[in-house]
Design a protein around this ligand. Structure first.
Ligand code: ZN
Length: 179
């Protein structure tokens, strides 16, 4: 059984087919505090996003420009430091992810990362570079990440707490700005 809370605060509970209602309800009740906490988080993020304001087309253009310079620099720095190679770097504007690494060694990054403190951007860069050595989120993968970037856990926590705010700021950006 699993529970997911969307950015629209909709609570989705998934249970195996045939699960009695009483069991599902008990599960939801048990997770009540967690659900309320997640809803609070979504509300807090929406509030912050409203305060910071939606990003305009011009803002997005500037952010992309900055990202195309800064992100390859950070990748080059950590690649050199760790001795990890990579293929190409793609800078994208996406509404749901911060980075990814393909089997071909191409690295993708969300340009919104440049709006965050530099160490947060760096933590995502190191995360994706380490996928060149481990294509999973195993213990070995995280050990590698931490050996290159000891402050990773704090940065990852920050991103989980605050990242949603940045996605909210582009919530209404047209499709033409994405990708
Ligand atoms: Zn990953």
């Amino acid at each position: 059984m699993s529970i997911h809370i969307g950015s629209d605060k909709q609570v989705v509970v998934k249970v195996p087919v045939g699960t009695p209602d009483s069991v599902s309800i008990a599960f939801i009740k048990e997770k009540r505090t967690w659900i309320l906490k997640q809803i609070e988080k979504v509300e807090r993020q929406a509030e912050l996003a409203r305060e910071m304001g939606a990003l305009s087309a011009d803002d997005i253009k500037e952010i992309r420009k900055k990202a195309k310079v800064l992100i390859p620099q950070r990748v080059a720095y950590y690649a050199e430091l760790s001795g990890i190679s990579y293929n190409r770097i793609f800078i994208r504007l996406q509404k749901s992810r911060w980075g990814s690494c393909s089997r071909e060694g191409n690295l993708n990054f969300n340009c919104l990362l440049v709006l965050m403190p530099l160490e947060i951007l760096d933590s995502v860069v190191v995360h994706e570079l380490c996928h060149r050595r481990h294509m999973d989120h195993s213990k070995a993968f995280y050990a590698e990440v931490l050996s290159i970037f000891p402050d990773y856990k704090r940065c990852d926590k920050w991103l989980k707490q605050n990242g949603g705010v940045y996605f909210k700021r582009i919530e209404n950006a047209g499709e033409q700005f994405l990708g």
